[in-house]
Write a protein that binds this ligand. Structure first.
Ligand code: AHR
Length: 510
């Protein structure tokens, strides 16, 4: 077996707060995410509240999801919100040209989304249309959503049955404007972003964080151009952001193959296991590089970085619509998630939000629903979100991982086979440990410094094989269980991790 790992945690060195919003979600009008996933309609046999599936809501409430991004994605830049309000039978139809070329009947619109947000007890991240929408349209949407008086849009909202304004803390100024959102250059988009953001007003005490459509992967030029627009406005001291937008986004997906053949979700070799985990680990470097560019213009970190699309992107399940992006979710996806979260915790100072793509039935989902029986399955990724809930709004702790072996080179990069992070909140600490070794168990010595540990407990997510996944027939093939192999050690604790596993250790601090 692999030799013991040494993981040092400085329990008394609380650093930046890990925003709960890095555990954010994303629901696009894509395949069966909204229709058939969240929304089944009032007439469905599946128990629902005003058409929204009760079991989906219950499962997500248990995760305390902090925000939900909607309606896209690429769909956002062809979505006209006024088509999705008023009596359903009168709503115009449109073609969802990005995702399956299907007809969208607009039966799930603004009111349905905000109903979902309220049922989930979460916060709304509405993504506006820059690619094919007007400034006026965007301006009127935020007025419709958030204005309290008798303005034209507030009156229209009331006529459609909602008296009180909603709260919209996050608003996206287009999506992937370098691609599906309009194929613009960074230089062209930055002016568009300034213009559109100007008219996304703060109404009735609602304060919007405007999120400019950002870069992807290692495209630092895009981030540089967006940040350059602030000039020297941001380096005058820690208070205020006078700029046109308050955050910029970034997208990064994990796949093992090229775009044309991204790899199977469930049938993969040991090499592909490591390639996926290596590519997931790359997020740490990407966050560091984009942050470095931002630091140059914004030393006080007034502009947030928002990774509003991340996760695995595999070939669709055989026999399903290629435009619907439906994929299974294995233990490998769970480890991809845990690696991302460790990086998010390390970059807590700059990372304002992150949104996994996507919550139900699309890409790296938390929940899969069967189109025929309606059965709901929680994925391994769901369980990582659940196990990490204690990191929400906790202070990141410094963690140092030392391994006895040299990290193997995978896909051209060194991949240390243990990933870890930790945080503290309310007299407790939570340590996350991922054993990335596909076949070997690993003992971890947790060197806990700076505070007394009065109690500990552990949870582990492991399975029979790296490709294990949950189905309606076997819903708990990958499910968390108590980690009993934790022992006091002269340095703190000693923990045995199964091969290919994720564990959290909760510490009660004395
Ligand atoms: O999440 C699926 C798609 O990936 C989104 O619509 C788009 O923004 C990205 O390319």
């Amino acid at each position: 077996p692999a030799g013991p790992a040494h993981v040092t945690v400085d329990l008394d060195q609380a650093g930046d707060t890990i925003s709960r919003h890095v555990y954010g979600h994303f629901a696009e009008h894509l395949g069966r995410c909204i229709y058939g996933g969240f929304f089944v309609g009032e007439d469905s046999e599946i128990p629902n509240t005003r058409g929204i599936r009760d079991d989906v809501v219950d499962a997500l409430r248990a995760l305390h999801i902090p925000n939900l991004r909607w309606p896209g994605g690429c769909f956002a830049d062809e979505y006209h919100w006024k088509d999705g309000i008023g009596p359903r039978e009168q709503r115009p139809r449109m073609v969802n040209s990005h995702w399956g070329d299907v007809v969208e009947d607009n039966s799930f619109g603004t009111h349905e989304f905000m109903d979902l947000v309220e049922l989930l007890g979460t916060e709304a991240y509405v993504n506006g249309n820059v690619g094919s929408g007007t400034v006026q349209e965007m301006s009127e949407w935020i007025e419709y959503l958030t204005r309290a008086d008798d303005s034209p849009m507030a009156a229209l909202r009331r006529a459609n049955g909602r008296d009180e304004p909603w709260r919209i803390p996050f608003f996206g100024i287009g999506n992937e404007t370098w691609g599906c959102g309009g194929n613009m250059t960074a230089e062209a988009y930055v002016d568009v972003a300034r213009q559109y953001s100007t008219f996304v007003r703060d109404h009735a005490g609602n304060k919007v964080t405007r999120i400019a459509a950002g870069s992807h992967d290692g495209n630092l030029h895009w981030t540089d151009v967006l940040m350059r627009t602030f000039g020297t406005q941001l380096d005058q001291g820690p208070d205020g952001n006078p700029g046109p937008f308050q955050a910029i986004s970034l997208h990064y997906y994990t796949m093992t193959g090229p775009w044309e053949d991204k790899g199977s979700a469930t049938e993969f070799s040991e090499d592909e296991w490591y390639t996926a985990l290596s590519r997931a680990s790359h997020i740490d470097e990407l966050l560091a590089r984009h942050s470095t560019v931002m630091d140059r213009y914004d030393p006080y970190r007034k502009v947030g970085l928002v990774l509003d699309e991340w996760g695995t992107w595999w070939n669709v399940e055989p026999g399903t619509n290629p435009g619907f992006l439906y994929q299974q979710n294995t233990l490998r996806d769970a480890l991809v998630a845990s690696i991302h979260f460790d990086a998010f915790h390390r970059h807590a100072g700059r990372l304002l939000m992150a949104n996994i793509a996507q919550t139900v039935n699309v890409l790296q989902a938390m929940i899969l629903t069967d189109p025929e029986s309606g059965a709901l399955v929680l994925t391994p990724t769901y369980h990582v979100f659940a196990m990490n809930a204690g990191h929400h709004d906790a202070a990141a702790l410094p963690v140092h991982v030392a391994l006895p072996e040299e990290a193997p080179t995978v896909d051209g990069c060194a991949l240390p086979l243990v990933s870890a992070s930790a945080s503290t909140k309310d007299g407790a600490a939570l340590v996350s440990l991922s054993n990335l070794h596909a076949t070997e168990a690993r003992t971890v010595v947790l060197d806990l410094r700076g505070a007394e540990v009065a109690g500990f407990s552990g949870t582990v997510l492991a399975a029979e094989s790296t490709s294990a996944h949950n189905t309606p027939e076997q819903p708990d093939a990958v499910a968390p269980r108590e980690l009993t192999a934790i022992r006091p050690h002269a340095r703190g604790l000693e923990v045995d991790l199964p091969a290919a596993s994720y564990a959290t250790i909760s510490l009660e601090l004395g």
